[in-house]
Design a protein around this ligand. Structure first.
Ligand code: NAD
Length: 509
């Protein structure tokens, strides 16, 4: 099934403008010389101007930091609380922009904005809970404790597929932690960024704080490189491909800056003989076909026991043929477009290679709606049966391709899950407690996210989000991820009037 008509350039331009202006973006900012394309029809819907360099933004951010770090954390939290309220009020405007710029279906676009609101709530609570430990001192008359202080300027580099949520995970936490933020969004999604940043600027100004506490710079990877290399940027939080992380990581490390990397995934679900297949099919389809396969947590591999893989394949194929592909802003659409032509050709190339490596395309993979929208790239999500994990399976192809792979022994399934270079998300569908526990244990999945009886995508903000190996090792959002945005000072206070040395050292003069 596909939804029939795709809106033309004028309709989308007007919708995007209206939504952005309602969020406080100046009209002139939407008609710059760099065209901005909508994946919905593949046509431009306006343009932006790029920032020529990063120097001034960093200087302003550094100056704002010297003031912002003196604002008490709960008062910083009040700004984030206001941001949450503004996001709530503009939820549908921002979601419209997410759909038009990133191609997400309305429900997922609204979900992305809800995630921003949730992380604001989380950060507001955190603004009264930036706790440090008190340790027992080994010396009499001494107190040993730690304090957490703001870090400085935080640079946020984000990817197209979560055009605003990733910014909010970083920014809501960084702000309550007392840092200032410079955001370089994906060059593919500048309108959403302008809108989100306008709302934050409004919250800052209403509370009487300098607007330079949060800044937006527009540009491509070159501008990102400048941000990563600048010595006054204390933390670079970068979300995107592993290729990008390989460039950003060493650049930041060379100047002894801190980096938080959230890179590519290659996520699997293990489906055991005891799995509830109804549940598994629903979990797999949402994770594999949702967001047109363009989530870092998208399920790319199903590792299914040989006794159930045929039944599972048939059931998935039936659902895949029914998935409604089309205009993401139309009710009932489940699969929107790929972001651009290069994404679509990467999908074709991967399908070709999979077949050369012994794979069979069971369902999907076709291009859809080419007549209605020749510049857009709608693809039916593909299911591919492979006898084993051949080379194509080890790469993240950022498109909806799900590889179905058989296993005999649960230990082999875990080994297959862990065999890829990425380590973001994983899941097991089982009704055996021992299998669930083994999968989540130290001998189980080596990923940062390990789920039982749910798919690999759709994490809640309350947990720390991120992954191991080529996924970069960073953690964002919930739990104690805030610590990455602060520096720790260990304080020893001597109130004894004597000077006993640690470890019993005698240095009498
Ligand atoms: P991308 O790597 O092409 O771009 C991401 C961002 O990095 C953009 O803002 C881009 O301008 C910037 N950039 C590119 N080269 C750079 C360089 N040399 N120095 C500094 N900045 C640079 O990724 P994309 O296509 O926008 O997004 C898809 C990728 O992002 C996928 O690999 C996906 O798995 C990953 N992703 C990961 C997470 C996560 O949390 N782990 C979340 C979302 C997306």
């Amino acid at each position: 099934a596909t939804s029939a008509s795709i809106p033309g350039a004028e309709v989308l331009t007007l919708r995007a403008r209206t939504a952005a202006e309602r969020c406080g973006v100046q009209p002139g900012a939407l008609s710059g010389s760099r065209p901005v394309f909508s994946p919905v029809n593949g046509l431009p819907m306006g343009g932006v101007e790029w920032s020529p360099e990063i120097e001034d933004a960093v200087a302003r951010s550094r100056a704002a930091f010297l003031e912002w770090r003196r604002v008490p954390a709960p008062a910083r939290g009040a700004v984030v609380k206001r941001l949450g309220a503004l996001l709530t009020g503009h939820k549908s405007d921002l979601a419209t922009l997410v759909s038009l710029e990133a191609g997400k279906i309305t429900s997922e676009a609204l979900g992305e904005v809800q995630e921003m609101i949730d992380v604001c709530d989380f950060a507001v609570g955190l603004s009264r809970q930036l706790y440090g430990h008190t340790m027992t001192s080994e010396r009499p008359g001494h107190r040993l404790s730690e304090t957490w202080h703001p870090l400085g300027v935080v640079g946020v580099i984000s990817a197209f597929n979560f055009p605003v949520a990733v910014w909010s995970w970083n920014t809501a936490l960084a702000l309550v932690c007392g840092d200032t933020v410079i955001w370089k969004p994906s060059e593919k999604t500048p309108f959403t960024a302008l809108a989100a940043n306008a709302l934050l600027r409004q919250a800052l100004v209403e509370h009487g704080h300098p607007e330079y506490v949060a800044q937006l710079v527009l540009g491509d990877g070159e501008l990102g490189e400048q941000l990563a290399g600048h010595p006054d940027v204390a933390l670079v939080s970068a979300t995107g491909s592993t290729r990008m992380g390989r460039e950003v990581g060493p650049r930041v490390a060379q100047r002894f800056g801190r980096s938080l990397l959230e890179l590519g995934g290659n996520n699997a679900a293990v489906i055991t003989p005891s799995a509830d297949l109804d549940l598994a099919v629903r979990g797999i389809v949402f994770s594999a076909a949702g967001t047109a396969g363009q989530r870092c947590t998208t399920m790319r591999r199903v590792i299914a026991h040989h006794s159930i893989i045929d039944e599972l394949t048939d059931r998935l194929a039936a659902v895949y043929e029914r998935l409604r592909v089309g205009d993401p802003t139309t009710d009932g659409t489940l699969v929107g477009p790929l972001i651009d032509a290069s994404s679509s050709s990467a999908m074709s190339k991967a399908l070709q290679e999979a077949q050369e490596q012994g794979g069979t395309v069971i369902a999907g993979g076709t291009r859809e709606l080419e007549n209605q929208a020749p510049e857009a790239h709608y693809r039916r999500p593909a299911l591919v049966r492979l006898p084993e994990q051949t080379p194509i399976v080890y790469a993240e192809t950022f498109a909806p391709i799900l590889y179905l792979l058989p296993y005999d022994d649960f230990a082999d399934a875990i080994a297959m899950n862990n065999a890829v270079p990425q380590g973001l998300s994983s899941s097991v569908f089982t009704r055996e407690v021992a299998e669930a526990e083994l999968f989540t244990s130290a001998e189980g999945s080596d990923c940062g996210i390990v789920n039982v009886n749910i798919g690999t995508s759709g994490a809640e903000i309350g947990g720390a989000f991120g992954g191991e190996k080529e996924t970069g090792g960073g953690r964002e959002s919930g739990s104690d991820a805030w610590r990455a945005y602060m520096r720790r000072a260990t304080n020893t206070v001597n109130y004894s009037g004597e000077l006993p040395l640690a470890q019993g050292v005698d240095f009498s003069v």
